[in-house]
Ligand binder design. Sequence first.
Ligand SMILES: *Cc1c(COP(=O)(O)O)cnc(C)c1O
Length: 390
Amino acid sequence: MKIESKLAQIGNRKDPVTGAISPPIHQSTTYAHPALGQSTGFDYTRTLNPTRKIVEDAIAELEGGVRGFAFASGMAAVHAVFSLLSPSDHVIVSSDLYGGTYRVLEKILKPLGIVASYVHTGDIAAVEAAATPNTKAIFIETPTNPTMQITDLAACSNLAKARGWLCMVDNTFMSPYFQRPIEWGADIVVHSATKFLGGHNDVLAGLVVAKSEDVAERLYFIQNSIGAVLSPHDSWLLLRGMKTLALRMERSAMNANAIAAWLDARDDVAKVYFPGLDHHPGKAICAKQASGFGGMVSFEVIDARMVPYVLEHLKVITFAESLGGVESLMTYPARQTHADIPEDIRNAVGVTDKLLRLSVGIEHIGDLIDDLSGALEWATEQVFARGRRG
Ligand SMILES: *Cc1c(COP(=O)(O)O)cnc(C)c1O
């Protein structure tokens, strides 16, 4: 079956008793044992829940792994993956990284003795140079959030395999519809399913997929022991959202391509970060390992003073955190998602005070362009006309 069909069919044929097309939400926390030493396969809901299992099986199949795990948030999923490491272990991480992942690494794991080095993982020589005898894993975002750096998944996976590291990929931005890192050799895929997989800004969730049984066993132990599992109702909301992933990703990517090209041609925009643009250094690698460039576009306006005016003028696009939903959202990374990263590090990776990030939704492209155009013109007028007056 092709991925569009797998997605549409999530949850169907899972309830042979009633034939429900939309699977039931199993709220029961516990399950009757048929007899001493026997189980229906379900004992206690932290350990395994029928509704959660549908999402877990679905993401494993979509990503091409052996087993999936659903968590209460993307951060719980990220933390579970890093829980495979032990004190004194070292991990190499993409330098331009989701702020929450940086916070877990620096504020939770570092005090426990797990140390991270931040490098541009698109530069394999830099990755090799960052390795220490204690390196146990590499954690990649491609494209990165928010400056869209691209990492060659095959090259990193091969290096990881040669050195005995685990290769972990946060695939939130692309989703398995566009990119399946396990096919390029990754050991583990992580998602904030709150974003494209859920797709409607109405469920917080995280997913993990393991390529091998060995890693799956260890992740299952962590998931069941710590217990940050996805609730049955949220599992149902997530699987409902995932059914339309293919259509939503296609439309978001189409809109994002058009918006990136349109922004790139404007005088009030200094820089556009989108892997589908010809001047993007990672375009060829992104095109090799993904079947689309995604629905995220970041751009710099020419003057940081324009930012509040752009944000206040938007009427279709909403100024809000998060991404990957049907509604277009604009984020100001320096003050929102990346506020926990020190300013010098932020600027070095391009998360400047002029940078805005756009999660392109599935609205009509004409409405989105009109909205951006109105906001940019308003901002330019406010900042530069005032400058002339004052
Ligand atoms: C949002 C996000 C996370 C964190 O996920 P939550 O569901 O918000 O906990 C992790 N990685 C990336 C790339 C994200 O965008």
